[in-house]
Write a protein that binds this ligand. Sequence first.
Ligand code: SAH
Ligand code: SF4
Length: 397
Amino acid sequence: MTAQGIPTAPITQDVLTIPRKLPEEGRVNLVGLTRDAMRDALIVAGTPEKQAKMRVGQIWQWIYHWGVRDFAAMTNLAKDYRALLAEKFSITLPEIVSRQISADGTRKYLVRIAGGHEVETVYIPEEGRGTLCISSQVGCTLTCTFCHTGTQKLVRNLTAGEIVGQIMLARDDLGEWPQPGAPKDETRLISNIVLMGMGEPLYNFDAVRDAMRIAMDNEGISLSRRRITLSTSGVVPEIARTAEEIGCLLAVSFHATTDAVRDKLVPINKKWNIETLLNALREYPRLSNSERITFEYVMLKDVNDSDADARRLVKLIAGIPAKINLIPFNEWPGAPYQRSSWERIETFADIVHKAGYASPIRTPRGEDIMAACGQLKSATERARKSRAEIAAETGAA
Ligand code: SAH
Ligand code: SF4
């Protein structure tokens, strides 16, 4: 058992058959609507304008605080109003197709969204806390050469409902909705959210923003903005908006200390190079010592892991309140890289640490179920296309 009482089991895989009602034609899904959008929808459905704001407050609490999915259970609303809601609206989440549990307790959910597409969501239990890693796109338009998701073409952006829905279905699976009358439990199973699953969140900005605003809303899931971290490969024009419109913490997939190497590892670098990216980070509106930027740095053997790289890295980021998260490369079938040796990673961490930066080495979690960073790829897409095939198709070898 882990600290949170989540049983750790050997690897298991089970196919869940939770019947979820699909919204009938014409019914509007309330999950993912902002408060304003929900208000408008209620008015269109016949709610008197004067009452609409109060009704949003009530329905919002049922959905996001109590986790209720059935209008009939919303007992502070009049019976005929509940019937009206049920006729016009649905409360629909994406569907968990399968769940794998790693030997270390990490849970990976394969989640099906409208259109039959699939994304992955990963729950990582830790001492006294737990992190949910959520996806923002099916596949990714970017093609970072060390990332498994990058070998899958972008299929589509997720909607706000599908993004916040991943938090809700994980809460369902972990049994984390509050029980009426029970004392408030301050230790959360899902205490942190990282937008580090499939996709580039800043290429789906509006949906990510709306979903995170719902997750932060005090009358609902109520996660602090400081417990949400958005990871970007470096979409420079959207970086300032992340602070202004979401207010969450920022992580940047840095991964290299020269443009020549970063061009290869993180090809978006050809559009916004290291200098442009660092300038945007220096201007990040919320930047302070308590809200440092996380620089993610994947450790690839003989590619970006030398002492000279470590020294260049600290020089480059001088003046930016930062923490360097070193990620041992997680392998996937056909990956063109190897993980740096443990000794190398520690030496690198030491140089960065001595320069005054926290340099934690991220422990790979859930590797046995391919749930670690950069290993995610829809089962439907897995093994379907190799990078070479994609390159041949796009002519971008
Ligand atoms: N698209 C966003 C967020 C998803 S990736 C981004 O790129 O930032 C989350 C982190 O895992 C990123 O830092 C990514 O570079 C890293 N990553 C991708 N593939 C990896 C792999 N195979 N091993 C270790 N880390 C990887
Ligand atoms: Fe996309 Fe991030 Fe993977 Fe790059 S590392 S391909 S941006 S998911």
